[in-house]
Write a protein that binds this ligand. Structure first.
Ligand SMILES: O=C(O)C(=O)C[C@]1(C(=O)O)C=C[C@@H](O)C=C1
Length: 392
């Protein structure tokens, strides 16, 4: 079956192929000698890695001391542009056998631990524990941070703005279901800046305390997740009630506490709420991915591969050529636009603002030149942030 083979193949592909077994009786003593000598080599390498990790940590400490000397605060110690460069360098020199995503994960954790020596960053996210937002926090900042779950996207913005958290992580769009409008609308009135983006492959699992599909009376999940699995639900559970809830973690909690309730959520929720996965990977599109934004209080310098998000308006949206006036300066300066989204301005009816993502950093040409021209052509112009393009 499609689902079973997908899960099996993703596991199988990461396992190294074993050499075919040699005859047991004669080769066993030789194999154990080989094994112990290989393990000796591994112990020696571990010692070197360990020494190098601590040597690296001491240098990172020195960087921290010099930053402190310049009067910087905890949030200022974090340098997303430098971290992106370290990770891109790691990918570039990687010759395997470790995969790029594993190498990136390991170096991410090393930087996370090095930075936490100075003081762990506080990262607010849309909770509770076990949500995809939490996974995004750990993917981007590593495990040596203090992750603060909050009940609403607006509270994530508020906590960062008030300085109670250094950064916030919020979902912005899903490759199957599109924009998270609530997040986009927060930028209309918030002074916060975008400091990073995170792409997370979303694997939705059907989970519960029951074994098969027969005992399921209702399926709970966040509306976005229910929508990402619509076709699968239509096909396999057509007459079962779908209950939208505030988060996937809340759905998992209900599946733990209520008879007949199953949840759609990620692996982390199954672990936190101690549920069995009934059917893995039920999302309708195979590369289902959510993009998250990191929000903070200041702008960062260029990393070499950056994106910029703009909030613009041309005044009367319904006048001839209004959108053309905004996009003209981008086209004239060869700027690549990766996304455009219109939202009600919330000032007048049928009046719209545009959120535009482009390739490049706002302070570097050719984008800086294009933005000067765009500023003149618009009635509302804000750079919401320039930030490193997601590394994997
Ligand atoms: O290069 C710096 O500015 C550091 O603080 C060092 C380091 C690292 O471990 O490489 C740690 C944290 C920063 O976010 C970026 C890089």
């Amino acid at each position: 079956m499609k689902r079973t083979s997908k899960a099996a193949s993703s596991k199988g592909s990461s396992k190294p192929k074993k050499a075919s077994a040699a005859p047991a009786a004669t080769s066993a003593p030789k194999a154990s000698v080989e094994l112990s000598s290989i393990r000796e080599r591994i112990d020696g390498i571990d010692q070197r890695i360990h020494d190098l990790l601590n040597e690296r940590a001491r240098f990172a400490q020195q960087v921290g001391e010099s930053k402190r000397g310049e009067g910087m605060s905890t949030a200022d110690f974090y340098k997303p542009e430098r971290e992106a460069q370290v990770l891109r360098n790691a990918i570039e020199r990687n010759k395997g056998p470790l995969r790029n995503d594993e190498i990136v994960r390991l170096f991410r954790e090393i930087m996370s631990a090095c930075l936490a020596q100075q003081e762990p960053l506080k990262i607010a996210f849309l909770g509770p524990e076990g949500t995809f937002s939490q996974q995004a926090v750990l993917k981007h900042f590593g495990h040596s941070v203090r992750a603060l779950p909050l009940p609403a996207i607006s509270e994530v913005f508020e906590e960062v703005q008030a300085g109670h958290a250094d950064f916030g992580v919020v979902p912005i769009e899903n490759s199957t279901e599109g924009t998270v409008n609530h997040t986009l609308d927060m930028f209309l009135n918030s002074p916060l800046k975008i400091c990073g983006e995170i792409e997370l492959r979303i694997r939705q699992h059907l989970m519960g305390r029951m074994k098969g599909l027969q005992k399921i009376a209702r399926v709970c999940s966040h509306p976005q997740s229910l929508a990402q699995c619509r076709q699968w639900l239509d096909e396999h559970l057509p007459n079962i009630e779908r209950v939208p809830v505030s988060s996937n973690a809340e759905a998992a909690r209900r599946a733990r506490d209520e008879d007949g309730t199953a949840a759609i959520a990620g692996e982390a929720a199954a672990e936190v709420y101690n549920l069995g996965v009934i059917v893995p990977e039920i999302e309708d599109t195979a590369d289902n991915t959510t993009r998250f934004l990191v929000v903070g209080r200041k702008l960062f310098s260029a990393s070499g591969q950056d994106k910029t998000t703009l909030l613009v308006s041309a005044g009367d949206t319904q006048s001839p050529g209004a959108l053309h006036r905004l996009l003209g300066p981008l086209a004239a300066n060869d700027i690549t636009m990766t996304r455009i989204e219109s939202r009600p301005s919330r000032k007048r009816k049928w009046d719209y603002v545009f959120f535009i993502d482009v390739i490049g950093h706002a302070e570097q040409p050719p984008l800086s030149t294009a933005l000067e021209e765009l500023r003149k052509a618009s009635t509302l112009f804000r750079v919401l942030g320039s930030y490193p393009a997601a590394v994997l």
